[in-house]
Design a binder for this molecule. Structure first.
Ligand code: ATP
Ligand code: MG
Length: 289
C-alpha cells in the first residue's frame, strides 16, 4: 500500500505556517485568498512562495502577471511563460496556456507589454475560457489562478473597459470552487478592489498599509485591537492572516526562485567631466548657460 503525502502549502520558515489542503474548510470551500498591502509589503513574494508550494504538489497554476514580475517562476520545471504581444488578436496564446494547464504545468501569463486597457481585455478573454474549460469537464482537476494587481482587473469603481474583466472575476470568486478554480488575488489597494472579491474570500493576508481608506476597506475583517498604526508597523514579509474567524500574525519564508522585483537602490553617482565633454554641442551650451 502506498501512502500519498498530504497536500500541504508551507508558507512560513520551518513549517510555522502550513495549510493542509486535505482538511476543512479547503475540502468543502476550496481556496479563495486575497493578499493586500502597500507597495513593497511583500505581496508578490508571498504569492510566489504560494506558487512554489502549489508547483511542489504538482497542481497546475496560472499567474496573471501585469508587470512581468513572476517570470522567474519559470526556473521551476514545467512552468512556462506565455507572453501576450500587443498585436496578437488570434487568441492562440489562450490555447497554449490552457493546454499547459491541462498537462498539469504552471503558466506565467505575462501581460507586461500591454497597456492596462488591453491587459483587462486579454485577462477577461482568458479567464472566461479557463472557467468554461473547467466547467465542461465531468471531473475538473483542481488548479490555482493567481491574479496580481487585481484592482486593474476588478476595480471597485467601474472604469472604461473593465466591465467584462470585473464580471468574470466575480464569477470565478462565486462559482470557481465547483469547477476546481482556487484563487489567490493580490492588490496594493483593498479599497479599490471590487468588494465582492474580498467578501467572498476565505483566507485574507493583510500586509502593511498606510492609508485610512484602505484600512476602512478591511476593518470588518479585523478585531478592534488591530489599528491602522499596527498595520503601518508591519515589516516587509509580515502579514495578519485572517481565516476561519481567527487572526494570526505571520512571517513568510524566503523564496526559492529569484526575486524579479527588488527595489532598485538609490546610490550617489560620481559625475565625470567627460560626460559633459562627450555631450552634443546643443546640450553642452544649454548646460553652460
Ligand atoms: N518574506 C520576505 N522575505 C524576504 N524578502 C521579502 C519578503 N517579502 C518581500 N520581500 C522582498 O521585499 C521586496 C518587495 O516585495 P514584493 O515585490 O513582494 O512587494 P509587493 O508588495 O508585491 O510590492 P508592489 O505592490 O510594489 O508590487 C522584494 O525585493 C522581496 O523579495
Ligand atoms: Mg507586487
Amino acid at each position: 500500500m502506498t501512502n500519498t503525502p498530504a497536500p500541504i502549502l508551507n508558507l512560513g520558515e520551518a513549517n510555522t505556517l502550513a495549510f493542509n489542503l486535505s482538511h476543512a474548510p479547503w475540502t468543502t470551500q476550496g481556496v479563495r485568498c486575497v493578499v493586500s498591502g502597500t507597495p513593497g509589503s511583500g505581496k508578490s513574494h508571498l504569492m510566489a512562495v504560494m506558487m512554489e508550494e502549489v508547483h511542489g504538489l504538482g497542481v497546475p497554476f496560472c499567474v496573471v502577471d501585469p508587470d512581468g514580475e513572476h517570470r522567474s517562476l519559470c526556473e521551476l520545471v514545467n512552468v512556462t511563460r506565455v507572453e501576450v504581444a500587443t498585436d496578437d488578436f488570434s487568441g492562440e496564446w489562450i490555447d497554449d496556456a490552457l493546454y499547459l494547464l491541462d498537462q498539469g504545468g504552471g503558466v506565467v501569463l505575462d501581460l507586461a507589454i500591454l497597456d492596462e486597457e488591453r491587459q483587462r481585455d486579454c485577462y477577461a478573454w482568458f479567464a472566461r475560457r479557463l472557467l468554461d474549460s473547467q466547467r465542461r469537464q465531468a471531473r475538473p482537476q483542481a488548479m490555482f489562478l493567481f491574479v496580481e494587481e487585481v484592482h486593474i482587473f476588478a476595480p471597485q469603481k467601474l472604469v472604461r473597459g473593465a466591465r467584462d474583466a470585473t464580471a468574470v472575476t466575480k464569477s470565478i470568486a462565486r462559482r470557481g470552487r465547483k469547477f476546481g478554480v482556487n484563487t489567490v488575488m493580490g492588490s496594493q489597494r483593498p479599497g479599490d478592489v471590487e468588494k465582492d472579491i474580498l467578501g467572498q474570500s476565505n483566507v485574507r493576508f493583510f500586509g502593511r498599509i498606510e492609508i485610512k481608506l484602505d484600512y476602512q476597506a478591511i476593518q470588518t475583517y479585523l478585531p478592534g485591537s488591530v489599528s491602522l498604526r499596527t498595520l503601518r508597523d508591519l515589516e516587509t514579509g509580515e502579514f495578519f492572516l485572517s481565516m476561519s474567524g481567527r487572526l494570526t500574525r505571520v512571517h513568510i519564508r524566503a523564496r526559492r526562485t529569484s526575486d524579479m522585483s527588488p527595489t532598485p537602490q538609490i546610490a550617489v553617482r560620481q559625475r565625470s567631466i567627460f560626460e559633459l565633454i562627450d555631450a552634443p554641442e546643443s546640450v553642452r551650451s544649454a548646460r553652460c548657460k
